[in-house]
Design a protein around this ligand. Sequence first.
Ligand code: FAD
Ligand code: NAP
Length: 342
Amino acid sequence: MKTRVSLQELNTLAVPSVAAHYSRVSSKAELGIALRTAAEQQLPVLILGGGSNVILPPCFPGLVIHMAITGFQVIEEDAQHVWLRVGAGVVWQDLVEFCLSQGYQGLENLSLIPGTVGAAPIQNIGAYGVELNRVFHSLTAVHQQTLREEQFDREACEFSYRDSVFKNRLKDQYVITDVTLKLNKQPQLVVEYAPLKEALAQFAGGDIDARRVSEIVCAIRRSKLPDPGQIPNAGSFFKNPIVPLDQFRLLQRTYPDIAHFPVDETHVKLAAAWLLDEAGWKGHSDDGIGMHSKQALVLTNPGRRSGADIIAYGEKIQSDIKRRFGVDLEREPIAYFSTPCN
Ligand code: FAD
Ligand code: NAP
């Protein structure tokens, strides 16, 4: 266990942050030792993967456990499917590449999402009409206090839109050590999103497979999303709000071109990026923090400002959107602000 370790390079918003204690764990045994030490010393614990969906405090007073358990294992296979168990510390994009190389299908739309496999169930990562939920089979997690290992199937994870039980009822209680996916051996492509459809139309008559879809998703993402290595960011800063149909109809009277997508018979998903653009936040910046000029939903932090400054800027936007449209925007990245270090 190390003390006073900078986390600025370990979070994609590049927020200046120091861990009072830090341990990088590469096995379940190391994880057990770290959790036992934290319990003995009564240290709060923060599990860190790729740091691409967190807002960190200037100093975390407890133990930051950096997840580095790796490994791929096919645990079952039949004619149509393969069940692949993957270590929580595997980089998500390495998993996508591995699956493409083996002909395992289902992750292509989720190409180039930053972060680790262990964090993917936390918010049921999603992109281009596919969520982790679609290929998820189960996960193994260790309870932070009892150190008991437990299995969670899809139902137990309570997945919903960019959400799971681990962001709610069981927040910060478990450490995920591996995730098992049930992947297809045959293509089951999902290509309804307009940018994907348009790009694929160029290949009419040609081969469209998972590899092609992945390449297109990567190309689109590279063209509009800022690379956190160059411009610090955490991807979408707000979730797309899901509103009752009645509220949507009222909004549509004032804003006939409001971007929206049906969810069910009584709810509609609004594109938060459209609301931000309409309200003038796209490309806006204020003393080192701003909303990206190519994708209004992405908050950037080129000034490497603090987590508190980022949250305050986000709150200014949230109240403006509420005032203009009567819509509540929910922040997506998870903020960790507790008692400061001594
Ligand atoms: P971290 O940020 O390290 O952690 C996130 C949360 O998960 C924290 O609460 C942490 O404590 C917890 N956690 C992490 N690992 C574990 C573990 N092993 N056990 C228990 N808890 C754990 N998200 C999408 O859904 N779709 C996208 O298309 C997408 N695009 C993005 C694009 C960019 C440029 C960026 C910067 C982010 C994007 N994101 C997207 C958000 C982010 O990449 C995902 O949420 C990702 O899954 C976070 O992984 P991470 O390892 O970085 O998690
Ligand atoms: P986009 O294609 O410009 O679309 C804008 C929004 O409209 C998206 O947020 C998407 O919702 C929604 N949308 C578009 N077509 C849809 C359809 N056919 N059905 C339902 N909803 C539709 O979005 P983008 O910003 O370039 O992002 C592309 C994808 O990558 C999206 O799925 C987005 O969620 C994902 N992404 C996520 C993050 C993150 O940090 N969470 C960052 C970058 C990109 P959804 O967001 O619900 O899909």
